[in-house]
Design a protein around this ligand. Structure first.
Ligand code: HEM
Length: 465
């Protein structure tokens, strides 16, 4: 039985005003100066960080190099870009950075104390308890269910039809996550609670401007987030109670968590389990949904690619994750003062890496704005510097759902390309929203075109048994 540390960490600040004051106090306490950058308060810069973070980070990289400071709203944030910085934060010096204390902790009001917002022994024990669910053979076994769900969702598709691919995939990915990971059938709740819609509402809070996020009271984004959270809690706590009552278990993560005990027989509380379930449902559907939308956006802009006999969907997915890595920023707080690239960074301050910006550095990537799947052909891939490509993070906290996500994306894309091509609605211009993950701000309106299967899309399973 995997060890479980029963006591989660103490709560951190979630009230925005308290948190701001706390941030300011910590910033003043920094023992060494912040790295060079734009450190004066600027609402224009803060707004740009919400609307065009990629442009903002790339401009700063050009002016200051790979380690620099930007004041975002009230707080100085150190950004570290490029292969060495990614390797430093994710692998070689990962212990010098905490997640809960950085901006990842902002998600706590919704996610609670799940894998994304915890550190140290509690994180290690929780991750260990969940890892068996993500072993290769479990993912292989889940592929059948994924194919069933995708085929059922594709049944209504017809030549000439218009649809929002983003909304369609979001529904599908949430169904797959709920069934495959938790054995919850969303149909059971449909009519009363639309889980995909509730997630969209709850997560919408983090894509609002900073000033709107501070508002409280009826009708505010905060109160809408809380309402959506309580409807989702109804589903998750309901299922936990049902499983405890009936003793029913299955091959799913919920069963694994319900039965987990430490050496003294201590079990996880309902609250612990709810937080992990919510974290995985969030991380497990939002990221794959955006990847599918961005992939088909690029394929629609480059229609010749999917028609070429040597078309390789896996390379196209890798290139999509380079250009649009959904979890685009890795927010942390430094523990001790450190030095990288000859620049000193104080301990106790927000430090972030960004895969999105690192994947667009002109000195690392040839024509970074061009969609070129061949960059990931084996011989070209070998030439990439260590730490250059990090869509799933790295080190001991690499995305736990990586194989699950890759299998799901592969199956959805193959099933679609086996029968259709998707054309963008005329006049559609992609605008990217950035929080909490990147995705198409206005969805992805497409028109379906019946077509012969694209190369390499014949067989559904992505991982061989
Ligand atoms: C295209 C699909 C996905 C991408 C690009 C992606 C990306 C990432 C990245 C970059 C991180 C690390 C964040 C950081 O370093 O700050 C991460 C962590 C995580 N991801 Fe994913 N993810 C994907 C799919 C999934 C799926 C399907 C699940 C669950 C079923 C999942 C669950 C998680 C969890 C729980 C963590 C935190 C792991 C830990 O700290 O131990 N992800 N993901």
């Amino acid at each position: 039985m995997p060890p479980v540390v029963a006591a989660p960490p103490p709560p951190a600040y979630t009230n925005p005003v308290g948190k701001m004051l706390h941030d300011v106090r910590r910033e003043r306490a920094a023992e060494v100066p912040f790295p060079a950058g734009d450190t004066r308060f600027s609402m224009a810069r803060t707004m740009r960080f919400t609307r065009d973070p990629l442009g903002l980070l790339l401009d700063a990289y050009e002016r200051y190099g790979p380690v620099f400071t930007l004041r975002i709203f009230h707080s100085n944030v150190v950004f570290m870009l490029g292969p060495e910085a990614n390797h430093y934060m994710l692998v070689s010096h990962a212990r010098n950075f905490t997640w809960r204390d950085g901006h990842m902790g902002d998600l706590m009001p919704f996610l609670g104390d799940g894998l994304l917002t915890i550190d140290g022994p509690f994180h290690r024990a929780s991750r260990m308890a969940m890892l068996p669910m993500f072993h290769r053979e479990r993912i292989v076994a889940m592929q059948e269910l994924m194919v069933q769900e995708v085929d059922a969702a594709l049944e209504t598709w017809q030549d000439g039809q218009r649809l929002d691919l983003y909304a369609w995939t979001r529904d599908l990915a949430l169904r797959i996550a709920m069934r495959a990971l938790f054995g919850i059938d969303p149909e059971h709740h449909r009519g009363r609670i639309d889980a995909a819609h509730e997630f969209e509402t709850a997560l919408g809070y983090w894509s609002k401007d900073y000033v709107l996020q501070i508002l409280r009271g009826p009708g505010s984004p905060w109160s809408r987030m809380l309402q959506a959270r309580s409807r989702l809690d109804e589903i998750v706590y309901g299922e936990i109670a049902r499983r405890r009552r009936t003793g029913r278990r299955g091959e799913d993560l919920l069963s694994l968590l319900l039965d987990a005990q430490d050496g003294d027989g201590v079990e996880l509380t309902d609250r612990n389990i709810r937080d992990e379930v919510m974290t995985l449902l969030f991380a497990g559907h939002d990221t794959t949904t955006s990847t599918i939308a961005f992939l088909f956006h690029e394929l629609a802009r480059h229609p010749e690619l999917a028609e070429a006999p040597g078309f390789d969907l896996d390379l196209a997915v890798e290139e999509t994750l380079r250009m649009y890595p959904p979890a685009w920023i890795g927010p942390r707080r430094s523990v001790q003062t450190f030095e990288l690239h000859g620049v000193t960074v104080p301990g106790g301050v927000p430090v972030e890496y960004s895969s999105w910006a690192s994947h667009h550095l002109p000195d690392v990537w040839d024509e970074p704005a061009a969609f070129r799947p061949q960059r990931f052909a084996p011989e070209a891939r070998e030439r990439l510097p260590k730490g250059a490509y990090v869509p799933f993070g790295g080190g001991s906290r690499t995305c736990i759902g990586m194989r699950f996500g890759q299998a799901e994306i592969g199956i959805i894309a193959r099933r679609i390309l086996g029968r259709f091509r998707l054309d963008l609605e005329p006049g559609y211009v992609l605008r990217v929203r950035q929080s909490p993950t990147i995705g198409p701000r206005d969805g992805l309106p497409v028109r379906l075109r019946a077509a012969a299967p694209a190369a390499g899309t014949g067989s559904a399973p992505v991982l061989a048994a």
